[in-house]
Design a protein around this ligand. Sequence first.
Ligand SMILES: Cc1cc2nc3c(=O)[nH]c(=O)nc-3n(C[C@H](O)[C@H](O)[C@H](O)COP(=O)(O)OP(=O)(O)OC[C@H]3O[C@@H](n4cnc5c(N)ncnc54)[C@H](O)[C@@H]3O)c2cc1C
Ligand code: FES
Length: 294
Amino acid sequence: MSADPVRPSVCTAAVLSHEGRGAGYRLLRLSAPAVAAAAAPGQFVHLRVPALEAGALRRPFSICDADPATGELAILYKEVGRGTAAMASLAPGDGVDLMGPLGHGFPLPPPEATPLLVGGGYGVAPLYFLARSILARAKSKSLEGRKNDHPTTQPPNPPTIHLFVGGRTAADLLLLDEFRELGVEVHPATNDGSLGAKGLVTVPLDAFLSERRGDHAFRPVLYACGPAPMLRALDGRALAGGFPAWLSLDRRMACGVGACCGCAQKVSGPDGAVRVAMVCSDGPVFPQGSVVWD
Ligand SMILES: Cc1cc2nc3c(=O)[nH]c(=O)nc-3n(C[C@H](O)[C@H](O)[C@H](O)COP(=O)(O)OP(=O)(O)OC[C@H]3O[C@@H](n4cnc5c(N)ncnc54)[C@H](O)[C@@H]3O)c2cc1C
Ligand code: FES
């Protein structure tokens, strides 16, 4: 897991914009400078839903994007129940009580690695922030190289990032234009075949991996966020293929900071010993081979 996160802030974030993305999905942009400055990809915010009773629990949402320069933070969410239905009425200028950034996010890949991002539904949210962060690091390394004045040295190419994205229908595949604008190669899959490969997201992923079998220069690092069966299948692929993977677990949460044991998850360490971890504070991102799948 990545280094200890900085202390989370609690703030009232102002809604900047709130747009429907179809099929019950919405993109919420907030002004939250302290959270945006400290956020790392894979971390989440715990949001107190306005319009619910005072004692209602906060709801966790992945940070879909954060810009320290503007103080903006984006959340991509799906309306599934009472809290997310109440969030749907948020309008520009409204205030939202926010705690974050929380949890341990995705470690960035080594520069020579090929990042394979795998998402289902709103699981693409933290992957978008990850893709932006990988590319921003590559750009700053290239600028650093130029500043150090090595005119004969070519700046390293930014890595080609691949996104494997799955959903029931085309309407569940989100942010595809935004990923493509970053230069990410998108490999879609839908259960009904309405976009991309027909079937699960593992269909295009398996095809991609088998094309590269025997290529010793190919160093994949897999990053995934989505439903548990998808994460479990990917964990198996990473273990069988001998490459690293980082899996972001989705769990119902209460406190969000490791105090209530409401998000307990069995994990095993390198020595095989099983212990209980808290998804909110030890995760939500766990390395391949560590989650004990029930
Ligand atoms: C680390 C983390 C990051 C998340 N990121 C996002 C995100 O980026 N976008 C997004 O839309 N959602 C995200 N979620 C899920 C989100 O927190 C829930 O959908 C939300 O809390 C539901 O609130 P509700 O009041 O609308 O639903 P409720 O009325 O509480 O529940 C409605 C239905 O949703 C189910 N449900 C509630 N919470 C979860 C959950 N965590 N996982 C699976 N099913 C759940 C319930 O069992 C029930 O069937 C994330 C969860 C975690 C733990
Ligand atoms: S939600 Fe309370 S310990 Fe994780």
